[in-house]
Write a protein that binds this ligand. Structure first.
Ligand SMILES: Cc1cc2nc3c(=O)[nH]c(=O)nc-3n(C[C@H](O)[C@H](O)[C@H](O)COP(=O)(O)OP(=O)(O)OC[C@H]3O[C@@H](n4cnc5c(N)ncnc54)[C@H](O)[C@@H]3O)c2cc1C
Length: 188
C-alpha cells in the first residue's frame, strides 16, 4: 500500500514506550525483556509470523551452520529444558518451529503486529517521541525506537537483466528459490 500521509500528519494514534522493528530472534527477545522491565512495547513485523531469517528462508536444505544448541535462547532455564533439538544442525523448519514455540510460551504475538512494514520514522523533538508510518496505515508513536530488523533480511536481487521476483511465486527470492529446484546457469 502506498504511504499517503506525510510524517507531520502522524498522530499518536497508537502510543507505546518502545517500538521494535522485527520479530526474528532479536526482536522476540527484546520484547520479552521489555515486558519484564515494565515497558509497553509493540513489535512491527513485515512477515506473517515470528522467526525472521527462518520465516523467510525456506529453500531446500536450509539449516543452521552452527550447533543448534548454541542457537538457542538462554534467558530461561525452563525453556532450555522444555525444548530438545532433533539434530545437531537443525533444519529451517525445526528452527522456525522453535521460534513459534517460544512465541507461544511467552505469549509474544499479542504485542506483535504482523504483515506490517515500517516505511518511515521521524523524531518529533517537540513531543520528544518517534512517529512512525507503516504500509498498512497503522501509525505509532513511541519514546524508544529499536531496530531488530536483521542484518540479512533484505534480499539482494542478482543483476541478471530481468526482475528476479518474476521467477518466484511470492515475490521473495529466498522463500522459494526456483534455481535450487532446477539446473540453471548465469551468463555474466
Ligand atoms: C539464509 C540464512 C542462513 C543463516 N544461517 C545462520 C546460521 O546457520 N547460524 C547463524 O548463527 N546465523 C545464521 N544466519 C544469520 C541470521 O540472520 C541470524 O543468526 C539471526 O537469525 C538474525 O536474527 P535477527 O532477529 O537479528 O534478524 P532477522 O531474523 O533477519 O529478523 C529481522 C526481521 O525484521 C523484519 N523487518 C525488517 N525491516 C522491517 C521493516 N521495515 N518493517 C517491519 N519488519 C521489518 C524482517 O521481516 C525480519 O523478519 C543466517 C542468515 C540467513 C539469511
Amino acid at each position: 500500500m502506498a504511504v499517503t500521509q506525510s510524517l507531520d500528519e502522524v498522530s499518536a494514534s497508537s502510543d507505546v514506550d518502545v517500538v521494535v522493528v522485527g520479530a526474528g530472534f532479536a526482536g522476540m527477545y527484546m520484547l520479552y525483556r521489555l515486558r519484564q522491565a515494565g515497558f509497553s512495547a509493540q513489535v512491527i513485523e513485515a512477515a506473517g509470523d515470528v522467526g525472521g531469517t527462518w520465516y523467510w528462508n525456506r529453500y531446500p536444505g536450509a539449516r543452521c551452520d552452527i550447533p543448534t544448541t548454541d542457537y538457542t535462547f538462554s534467558f530461561d532455564p525452563e525453556l532450555e529444558r522444555a525444548w530438545t533439538w532433533s539434530e545437531k544442525y537443525a533444519t529451517q523448519p525445526e528452527i522456525l518451529r522453535y521460534a513459534q514455540f517460544v512465541a507461544d510460551r511467552y505469549d509474544l504475538r499479542r504485542d506483535i503486529r504482523f504483515n506490517t512494514r515500517v516505511t518511515a520514522a521521524h523524531w518529533d523533538a517537540r513531543a520528544n517521541r518517534w512517529r512512525l508510518i507503516t504500509d498498512s496505515g497503522l501509525q505509532l508513536s513511541c519514546h524508544f525506537y529499536v531496530m531488530a530488523s536483521g542484518c540479512l533480511s533484505q534480499p539482494k536481487a542478482p543483476e541478471i537483466g530481468r526482475d528476479w521476483r518474476d521467477l518466484t511465486k511470492n515475490g521473495h527470492p529466498a522463500v522459494e528459490c526456483p534455481f535450487l529446484l532446477t539446473r540453471c546457469g548465469l551468463e555474466l
